[in-house]
Write a protein that binds this ligand. Structure first.
Ligand SMILES: NC(=O)c1ccc[n+]([C@@H]2O[C@H](COP(=O)([O-])OP(=O)(O)OC[C@H]3O[C@@H](n4cnc5c(N)ncnc54)[C@H](OP(=O)(O)O)[C@@H]3O)[C@@H](O)[C@H]2O)c1
Length: 231
């Protein structure tokens, strides 16, 4: 199948900008929904990217955006949310914000793919994601993964990156900024060494996975740091 149009939900973020650029280099038209087009203005410089300011949770929007696409990427994610209650299973286990973005949105995306006739779904989760993981982030990611993998009529690939870093990431750049002012920085893993490799992201394997898997229909890819061509 020839790839001409791809929808990238969460495409305005750090990984999404590299993914969009990589797709454009392959001659693909890319649609990126965002809650605030201001946040995605860097993408408007790319020739075949269409930034759409919208609410992806509004009824019918995802289906409309996915119509005419051959593949949909889901990169939407948050790092912080209102706390849940571990004593209650279900959404209360990880709080309403993680539930909305990491569970309800992937479910809605899978439904929209089906309704729009898109068979290929590429979903970005996180390494360690599991319904039993210790953090709310990883538990909600684990349930979201299960939701997309449970679909038996879509060709799904789940990517499970560890920390992804590059020029615009939030995580390591916060460390870099702090290190300018603080003489000592405490890191959770004292053996960790932080290096900075511009353009090092998960995008290359993600784009090379655009074609549906030929052997098995659903695959989960654990990704650590992997090199790509520079953005
Ligand atoms: N960066 C890493 O090191 C890393 C590691 C492991 C896994 N991941 C996963 O990879 C994915 C992309 O990460 P990233 O670093 O590129 O994230 P990011 O820069 O924070 O971007 C997050 C994206 O999610 C969208 N989003 C957040 N909340 C939303 C909501 N309520 N409704 C609609 N869209 C929403 C944002 O869209 P708006 O334009 O609307 O704000 C934005 O495009 C995430 O799923 C993340 O969990 C990242």
């Amino acid at each position: 199948m020839r790839l001409e149009n791809v929808l990238v939900i969460g495409g305005s973020g750090f990984i999404g900008r590299h993914l969009a650029a990589a797709l454009v280099r392959r001659g693909i038209r890319v649609t990126v929904p965002t809650r605030r087009s201001e946040r995605a203005k860097h993408l408007t410089l790319l020739p075949t990217v269409n930034v759409v300011q919208t609410d992806v949770f509004a009824p019918g929007i995802l289906e409309r955006l996915a119509t005419g696409c051959q593949a949909v990427f889901n990169l939407a994610g948050i790092l912080h949310g209102r706390r849940g209650r571990r004593d209650e299973r279900g959404p209360n286990d990880y709080g309403p914000d993680f539930a909305r973005v990491h569970v309800e949105l992937p479910q809605a995306i899978a439904r929209a793919c089906r309704a729009a006739g898109v068979r290929r779904l590429l979903h970005v989760s996180a390494v360690g994601a599991s319904p039993d993981a210790p953090s709310e982030y990883l538990r909600s990611k684990g349930i979201g993964e299960q939701a997309v993998l449970a679909t038996d009529d879509l060709e799904v690939t789940v990517f499970r990156p560890s920390v992804v870093f590059g020029p615009e990431d939030r995580f390591l750049n916060q460390f870099a900024q702090l290190s300018r002012f603080l003489p000592v920085l405490a890191v959770p893993c004292p053996q960790a060494t932080f290096a900075h490799y511009p353009g090092l992201t998960v995008i290359m394997p993600a784009t090379s996975q655009l074609a549906p898997p030929s052997d098995v229909r659903k695959r989960t890819r654990e990704l650590s740091l992997l090199p790509v061509e520079p953005p």
